[in-house]
Design a protein around this ligand. Sequence first.
Ligand code: NAD
Length: 279
Amino acid sequence: MAKIIDGKAISAQIKEELKEKVSALKADGMEVTLAVIQVGKDAASSVYVGNKKKACAYIGIRSLAYELEEDTSQEDLLALIEELNGREDVNGILVQLPLPGHIDEDKVIQAISPRKDVDGFHPQSVGALCIGQPGFVSCTPAGIIQLLKRSGIEIGGKECVVIGRSNIVGKPMALLLLRENGTVTVTHSRTKDLREVTKRADILIVAVGKPKMITKDYIKEGAVVIDVGIHRNEENKLCGDVDYEDVFPVCSAITPVPGGVGPMTIAMLMNNCVESVER
Ligand code: NAD
């Protein structure tokens, strides 16, 4: 019987640990502050930003909200980031993506000081991860490593296969698994015979962005399956990139959707905010 990896419980545990750290920092006269910038009123972004603010309030992190108009110029956005970079009382800066089409996301990501880059998207943060130096790590893959470790799943020496090579999930995921001494293969839309590769995986991380694409035919008996995908089906129910019911009987452990990887992303963002002060 497969073990269900409970991201809700593990993220709650991490938040409790962070709450204690934040109150210890406060006792030493240090406050943790996250600035959250949203441009426009995209409904999904508003939900994400709202959840981030709630998590901050719960843990004791001060959050500063900047809600900018959809037609804010790139220049004005960059000027705000510059101001926040220079503020001693701001530890983390987060710009909610996606940004409106007239703004160059890469320029914005690069404008955030690497010292305050709590999303871990700045090229310097990615470079540091690549060469094994300290830096902020992208929250979703960092959360997956926590899910595995806190579920007692050994990564060292294991065959790890990542489906997807995005900058936000697939690539940093592969680097983190490598850092944990996994033997890592990255697959993508041009991979020939995906099943032949995924069937080798002891740990399979699925970030393909296609609802229920991964069925039991892709899974080695006893594999650990981590589902990063989030989609709404025809009945408005959430589902992942993995066909959970189909895969469950053949794997040894699996993350559900919802309640798997999703809650970990915010917990790791909070962790990065606290780290920005501890550093
Ligand atoms: P993306 O669209 O940027 O990347 C998808 C990747 O899948 C690409 O690298 C592509 O090459 C690969 N791919 C596409 N079709 C393929 C195929 N047939 N075979 C093999 N590889 C294929 O997506 P992303 O930003 O990495 O996100 C992936 C999923 O994870 C999405 O469902 C997204 O909503 C979800 N997501 C969840 C969280 C979370 O907090 N839980 C965070 C980020 C993303």
